[in-house]
Design a protein around this ligand. Structure first.
Ligand code: XMP
Length: 513
């Protein structure tokens, strides 16, 4: 059985980061709700438990509380921030409101260097804090391990019961030795080996896919994005010709998208690929449509029609494969309220109608994005696909303001190709970011040679974002902006002005529509 560490989520914004850091130690970790019963936890045979941080106070009326019995399981437990406070609160310590909210960097002094969490680490460490309440007394049986200026009990332990608490956040980058602290917990305290690698995951996943699918056929909607591409390569390895991929060209793709997909999957991997060129249908329906939401709805509806017809032509399949990732399946804890309201309607393959009665195959369901990329490379997919930036389902339609026409698409595609090329060759292209061109179909006056021009504007957008919910514009160097502007105006007919978008999200959104 795969060794695993289970994280109980008390609503911290860093819970997923804890899981990722532990997996970076080559140990599998999963996230469960904070109130998961101890008997249920025991059935999963964890090697250790982590109690995450969270925005609540242990004394609050609706404070999220775990099952007390988890401390009796005989499994090592690490409480982080609120997790430490819960541990203290349950086991006989005392939590009280801090005089001062401790937020930001702090200096940790390790007083007991025998504590296994701090093995091989300096005695003074920089740590990141974010808490209001703090520990006033530790529970019986515990000892103090480290302190900061503001808290006497920044770290505590009961070594015989393998219970540990940290007031600070070891999972964030602002705690530079945090990874080593977590590694000490999972390897030294919990005794986990280094068994979680994408190479070993391939074997497990291939077996699981074969067991689920048997001899049945599987359909997969290939978008050219990272997730569906990696899912396709993995499924192909598992079930070969039982897999049929459907790629819909909606006429709204970037420059090389359709070519790359056909080359890589059709020719190189020799996957059964149905290439549905529906560009005319999509563009015909988009004629005269200017409202962003109407565009999205139309594209979503048309996609489903085309995809459905293609699945029927592909013959009867019982299974539909999807590149769902772990962050989409974690049951989120709405503690402290999550105001992430839906601002734009997003239409992905996930929204296929219920009447398409498929059983789902989701071979990436327990992976984070970075792991999916690693898996893709391990499976032999080219970097151009694996290290690709996110691209919206409605494609270039949400990057042309107003009506989408073939002429405008042509202009935007040419400008966008230049942006991608230059971002890559200057070393500024990052898979987790988005950098692209937007077409503003308003005309302005310019002069080129001796001639007056009256053409469109291209806006360049480059944003850095972890999850798409918030984003900051990237401070690209002026030399790169200059090159982008020169190339776009010289090489793309119909454009005489280039702007750089310096809006963050919020208040802006990443896409312009
Ligand atoms: P916004 O523009 O809402 O974008 O800040 C957040 C993230 O979502 C992507 N995006 C979409 N993805 N269908 C998609 O599949 C859509 O309709 C859509 N609209 C925006 C956007 O590229 C960014 O990554």
């Amino acid at each position: 059985m795969l060794e695993q560490i289970i994280i109980l989520d008390f609503g911290s914004q860093y819970t997923q980061v804890i899981a990722r850091r532990i997996r970076e130690c080559n140990v599998y970790s999963s996230i469960v709700r904070h109130d998961t019963p101890a008997t249920q936890l025991a059935r999963l045979h964890p090697r250790g438990l982590v109690l995450s941080g969270g925005p609540a106070s242990v004394y609050a009326k609706d404070a999220p509380l775990p099952d007390r019995a988890l401390f009796e399981l005989g499994v090592p437990v690490l409480g982080i921030c609120y997790g430490q406070q819960i541990m203290a609160h349950y086991l006989g310590g005392k939590v009280e409101p801090g005089q001062k909210r401790e937020f930001g960097k702090g200096q940790l002094k390790v007083q007991d260097s025998f504590c296994p969490l701090f093995a091989n680490l300096p005695e003074t460490l920089q740590v990141w804090n974010s808490h209001g309440d703090k520990l006033a007394a530790i529970p019986p049986g515990f000892s103090r391990v480290a302190a900061t200026q503001n808290s006497d009990y920044a770290a505590m332990e009961d070594r015989s019961r393998k219970l540990f608490g940290l007031q600070f956040h070891p999972e964030v980058a602002h705690t530079p030795h945090g990874r080593e602290i977590l590694a000490n917990f999972v390897h030294n305290v919990c005794g986990c080996g280094k068994n979680w690698t994408m190479r070993s995951y391939i074997d497990t996943a291939v077996e699981a896919i074969r067991a689920q699918v048997g001899k049945e056929k599987v359909i997969l909607g290939l978008s050219g994005g990272v997730d569906s591409s990696v899912a396709a390569a993995l499924l192909h390895k598992a079930i070969g010709s039982q897999l049929t991929c459907i790629f819909v060209n909606n006429g709204l793709l970037r420059g090389r998208e359709a070519v790359v997909v056909r080359e890589v999957f059709g020719q190189h991997f020799k996957i059964k690929l149905r290439y549905e060129n529906a560009a005319k249908l999509f563009l015909g329906r988009l004629k005269g449509v200017t409202d962003p939401e109407r565009k999205r709805k139309l594209i979503g509806k048309t996609f489903i029609e085309v995809f459905e017809a293609a699945t029927q032509r592909a013959g009867h399949a019982r299974f539909l494969a999807q590149g769902t990732l772990y962050p989409d399946v974690i049951e989120s804890v709405p503690i402290g309220g999550n105001p992430a309201a839906m601002i734009k309607s997003h239409h992905n393959v996930g929204g296929l109608p219920k009447k398409m009665r498929f059983q789902l195959v989701e071979p990436l369901k327990c992976l984070f994005k970075d792991e999916v990329r690693e898996l893709g490379l391990e499976l032999g997919l080219p970097r151009e696909i694996v290290l690709r930036q996110p691209f919206p389902g409605p494609g270039l339609a949400v990057r042309i303001l107003g009506e989408v026409t073939p002429a405008r698409l042509n202009i935007l595609r040419n400008a966008d190709t230049i942006v991608v090329e230059e971002m890559k060759s200057s070393g500024w292209y990052r898979p987790r970011w988005q950098s692209f061109a937007v077409l503003l179909p308003v005309r302005s006056v310019g002069v080129m040679g001796d001639e007056r021009t009256y053409d469109y504007t291209i806006a360049i957008r480059a944003v850095e974002s972890q999850d798409g919910m918030t984003a900051d514009w990237v401070r690209l160097p002026p030399e790169l902006l200059e090159k982008l502007s020169n190339r776009i105006i010289n090489e793309v007919k119909g454009v005489n002005r280039v702007c750089f978008d310096i809006t963050s999200k919020p208040p802006g959104t990443i896409e312009w529509e």
